[in-house]
Design a protein around this ligand. Structure first.
Ligand SMILES: Cc1cc2nc3c(=O)[nH]c(=O)nc-3n(C[C@H](O)[C@H](O)[C@H](O)COP(=O)(O)OP(=O)(O)OC[C@H]3O[C@@H](n4cnc5c(N)ncnc54)[C@H](O)[C@@H]3O)c2cc1C
Length: 506
C-alpha cells in the first residue's frame, strides 16, 4: 500500500497543521510553514480565490462593493472595521475568509489527493471537496504495471484518512463541465460550487484507432484495466503489445515474467522514440531479446480483428509489412493525452496537446483555477520551454505549489520549475531519468552500456542538463542536484564511472 498516512489526532479541534504532523516527511514537502509579509488579505488583493462579482458567497463570502454593503449584523460590523495592519491581523482575516470558502479538486489520482493533503498541511481552514470519476478508493498508478498486474499486490490505494483531513471525498463522480462565471462544476450527480478549483484530471490513454471495443484489446491506465489484464498474465496468453514506450516495456516485462509469449510492435525505428536518442535506445532494444520478448520496430498495426468468444478471444493483428500476428490479447501503450475534454467551452485555456496552459505557479487562465499533474503544462525557465510532464514525481510535487498559491497567495508561492524526474522498472533493470534534454545537447556515456549498470549525461555548454541512469541510483541522486544547481562538469571525470558524479563538478 502506498503510504500517505494521516492519523486522526485525539483532539478533533487541534490545529490542522499539528494534525498533519502524522504525515510522513516524504509527503510533506512544505516543511515548516513559511509566513512572511505581503499576504493578500482581500479577495481583490491578488489572492487567486475571488468572490464572483456582486454575488453573496455560497460560503458566506463578503459582497464586493466595500465596507460591508449588503451585509447585516456582525459581518457588516466586521467589514466596517479598519483594515488590519499587522501581519498577524492580516493572517487571521485571511484565515477567517478562507474558513468560509471551499476548494474543489477535480480528479482523485496522485495530484488530486496530494493537493488535498497539501492544502491541509499548509493550513487551509476551509472546505475541500475531492471528486473522482473512478469508483475505487484513490490509488497510485505505477504499481499497476508492476506488482498489481502480476497479482503480487491486491491494489495500491493511498493510505490517507480523508475523514480526519475533513476532505469531502466523492468517488464515482465524473465532472462533465465547468462554468467559471458561476464558479460551479457540473457533475453527473449535479452541480458543485467552488471558490477555488484545482484541475487534476490526469491523462487518458490514446486508443488504437479502429481497435476500440474489439474483444481482447486492452489499455493500461486504471486499476480496472490492470484487473482485466491479470487473467491474461495468469493464463499465460500470447500477447501483442502495441508501442515500445515506457508502459509497453513495463507490461512486456510483467508478461514475460508471468510466462507469456510476447511480441512488441513499434511504429518507430526504435523503442522509446521521442524520449531517447538512437544510440541509447539501441541498448534498450537488446533488453527485449534478452528477456525473450520479440521487438518489431518500423512496423505499424493497421488493423485488429477478433474471433473466438469474448472470454477467450483470438486476435488477429495486421501489420504494415503485411504480416499478421495471432494473440490472445493485444495491449495498447501508444501514449496518453490530458483528460481535459470536460473543460471545453469553460474559458480555461488549453494547449494544442490538450493540456491546461498553466502559468509558472500552476494557475490556469480562469480566475481561481489551478491545474496540476498529467493534465497541466507549465512554462519552465530552466529549460526555456513549456513542459507537459506525465510522470509521478510531477504529480507529487506540483500540489505543493498549488496549495501554497491557494493558502498563502501568489506573493509567497515560489515558481514551479523542478528538475523533472521519473523511473521505470523494465526487464530487471531500474531506469531513472532526471532533467530534460534535446538533440542539441552533448551526450556523454558514463560507463559501458554493455554492462549491467551505466549512465548517460547530457550537457549544454558544459552544464549538466539531464541524466539517464540504468542501475546507478547514486548517479541519479547526485545528477539531479547538479542539474538543479546548473553545475558545469569536467567531461573526462564525468565519463569515468569510478568517479562519483558530484566529484566531476568544476
Ligand atoms: C500503468 C502506469 C504505470 C506508471 N508507472 C510510472 C513509473 O514507474 N514512474 C513514473 O514516474 N510514472 C509512472 N506512471 C505515471 C504516473 O502514474 C502519472 O504521472 C500520475 O499518476 C499522474 O497523476 P495525476 O493525478 O496527474 O493523474 P491520474 O493518476 O491520471 O489521476 C487523474 C484522476 O482523475 C480522474 N478524472 C479524470 N477525468 C475526470 C473528470 N472529468 N471528473 C472526475 N475525475 C476525473 C481519473 O479517473 C483519475 O483517477 C505510470 C502510469 C501508469 C498508467
Amino acid at each position: 500500500m502506498t503510504r500517505i498516512r494521516f492519523v486522526r489526532s485525539e483532539a478533533a479541534q487541534a490545529s490542522l497543521s499539528a494534525r498533519c504532523a502524522g504525515l510522513p516527511r516524504f509527503f510533506w514537502f512544505a516543511g515548516p510553514l513559511v509566513r512572511s509579509g505581503g499576504l493578500p488579505v482581500s479577495p481583490d488583493a491578488g489572492h487567486p480565490i475571488r468572490a464572483p462579482a456582486g454575488a453573496e458567497g455560497r460560503y458566506g463570502r463578503r459582497r464586493r462593493g466595500g465596507c460591508g454593503r449588503g451585509l447585516t449584523g456582525p459581518r457588516r460590523a466586521a467589514a466596517r472595521r479598519p483594515a488590519p495592519t499587522s501581519y498577524s491581523d492580516r493572517v487571521s482575516v485571511r484565515t477567517e475568509q478562507q474558513s468560509r470558502q471551499r476548494i474543489l479538486v477535480v480528479g482523485a489520482g496522485m495530484a488530486g489527493v496530494q493537493t488535498a493533503v497539501q492544502l491541509r498541511e499548509q493550513g487551509w481552514p476551509g472546505g475541500i471537496t475531492l471528486v473522482g470519476a473512478e469508483p475505487h478508493r484513490p490509488y497510485d498508478r505505477p504499481p499497476l504495471s508492476k506488482a498489481v498486474l502480476l497479482g503480487r499486490a491486491p491494489g495500491s490505494a493511498f493510505d490517507v484518512d480523508f475523514g480526519a483531513l475533513e476532505v469531502d471525498l466523492r468517488l464515482g463522480t465524473a465532472v462533465t463541465g465547468l462554468r467559471t462565471g458561476d464558479r460551479e462544476a457540473d457533475t453527473d450527480a449535479g452541480p458543485v460550487p467552488y471558490d477555488g478549483l484545482v484541475v487534476a484530471t490526469g491523462a487518458e490513454p490514446i486508443p488504437l484507432p479502429g481497435a476500440e471495443g474489439v474483444p481482447g484489446v486492452y489499455l493500461l491506465r486504471t486499476l480496472d484495466d490492470a484487473e482485466r489484464l491479470r487473467p491474461v498474465l495468469a493464463g499465460r496468453r500470447e500477447v501483442v503489445v502495441v508501442g515500445a514506450g515506457w508502459i509497453g516495456a513495463e507490461f512486456a516485462t510483467a508478461a514475460r515474467e508471468a510466462g507469456c509469449r510476447v511480441t512488441v510492435v513499434e511504429a518507430a525505428d526504435q523503442p522509446l522514440a521521442g524520449a531517447l536518442p538512437p544510440p541509447v535506445a539501441a541498448r534498450m532494444r537488446a533488453w527485449y531479446g534478452e528477456a525473450g520478448a520479440e521487438l518489431r520496430t518500423g512496423c505499424a498495426v493497421t488493423g485488429v480483428a477478433a474471433s473466438g468468444t469474448p472470454d477467450d478471444p483470438v486476435c488477429e493483428v495486421e501489420l504494415s509489412d503485411g504480416s499478421v500476428l495471432t494473440a490472445g490479447a493485444v495491449v495498447v501503450g501508444i501514449g496518453a493525452r490530458p483528460a481535459t475534454g470536460w473543460l471545453a467551452g469553460s474559458g480555461v485555456a488549453l494547449g494544442e496537446d490538450g493540456s491546461v496552459l498553466a502559468d509558472e505557479r500552476l494557475r490556469a487562465s480562469a480566475p481561481g483555477v489551478h491545474a496540476v499533474g498529467d493534465c497541466a503544462s507549465y512554462p519552465s525557465a530552466r529549460y526555456g520551454r513549456r513542459l507537459l510532464v506525465h510522470h509521478w514525481d510531477n504529480a507529487l510535487q506540483g500540489p505543493r505549489t498549488v496549495a501554497s498559491g491557494l493558502v498563502s497567495g501568489q506573493a509567497e508561492t515560489p515558481v514551479y520549475d523542478p528538475v523533472p524526474y521519473f523511473w521505470s522498472e523494465q526487464f530487471g533493470r531500474f531506469v531513472q531519468y532526471a532533467g530534460h534534454h534535446t538533440g542539441d545537447d552533448e551526450m556523454l556515456w558514463r560507463g559501458d552500456p554493455a554492462d549491467a549498470a551505466w549512465s548517460v549525461c547530457w550537457l549544454r555548454g558544459g552544464v549538466l542538463r539531464a541524466l539517464l541512469a540504468v542501475g546507478r541510483p547514486r548517479d541519479l541522486a547526485q545528477g539531479r542536484k547538479l542539474i538543479e544547481r546548473g553545475t558545469a562538469l569536467d567531461p573526462v571525470r564525468a565519463a569515468d564511472p569510478s568517479v562519483p558524479l558530484k566529484s566531476a563538478a568544476r
